[in-house]
Design a protein. Structure first.
Length: 200
């Protein structure tokens, strides 16, 4: 389980593609201590560390993306030089500072607009097609693995807004996102379970 509080950003350094999926090598200088089989959220996608090591520039690790992950997430399109958000799994005695994030991406959506509002930023995204009912004002949502609060929903326009403080923007890849970019979406798992229970 994750919290959506990004620990660091890494940089894709190598990509290998084949019929079964893609393998990414990611360099990171802010965190280390990776181990084989460890879970790491890469742009919100829970992936397993295959290999890892250290270099003069910091730590690195590699992960494999199955064909479904390549097809259903934006991580499947990452190329060398691209930045990615990273979060290691929450330890049992850790603090839940964001919200419950599983690393199971539901869908992707597009950035519609980015606007500076004073010191903050307002990002507008397209409502995820077919999953609009899970996006609620003041509700939680994870975008590229970042735990965020929905500031507003415009059903007529088919969009929703989030307010981004400078620290979140500076410490995550949201600073590189512009209109037209695709981001991973993980909807609030609590909302999905409530809907499922209500069906009975």
């Amino acid at each position: 389980m994750f919290t959506g509080i990004v620990e660091a950003t890494g940089r894709v350094t190598d990509v290998e593609s084949n019929a079964d999926g893609r393998r990414l090598r990611i360099a990171v200088d802010d965190i280390g201590g990776f181990s084989h089989g460890q879970s790491v959220a890469v742009d919100g996608v829970c992936l397993t560390v295959e290999d890892h090591g250290d270099s003069e520039n910091g730590a690195w690790f590699s992960v494999f993306l199955a064909a479904e992950t390549v097809e259903r997430t934006s991580v499947g399109a990452r190329e060398p030089g691209d930045a990615v958000n990273l979060e290691r799994a929450l330890p049992a005695d850790g603090r839940l500072d964001g919200h419950i994030v599983q690393g199971h991406v539901d869908t992707t959506t597009d950035v519609v607009a980015v606007e500076r509002v004073g010191e903050d930023y307002r990002y507008t995204f397209a409502l995820p097609d077919g999953d609009e009912r899970y996006v609620a004002e003041k509700g939680s949502i994870a975008l590229d693995g970042v735990s965020l609060t929905v500031a507003a929903v415009d059903d007529d326009a088919g969009t929703f807004d989030v307010a981004i403080i400078p620290t979140t923007r500076d410490d995550t890849t949201l600073s590189e996102r512009t209109p037209g970019d695709r981001v991973n979406v993980e909807l609030d798992v609590v909302a999905k379970y409530v809907e499922r229970l209500d069906a009975y």
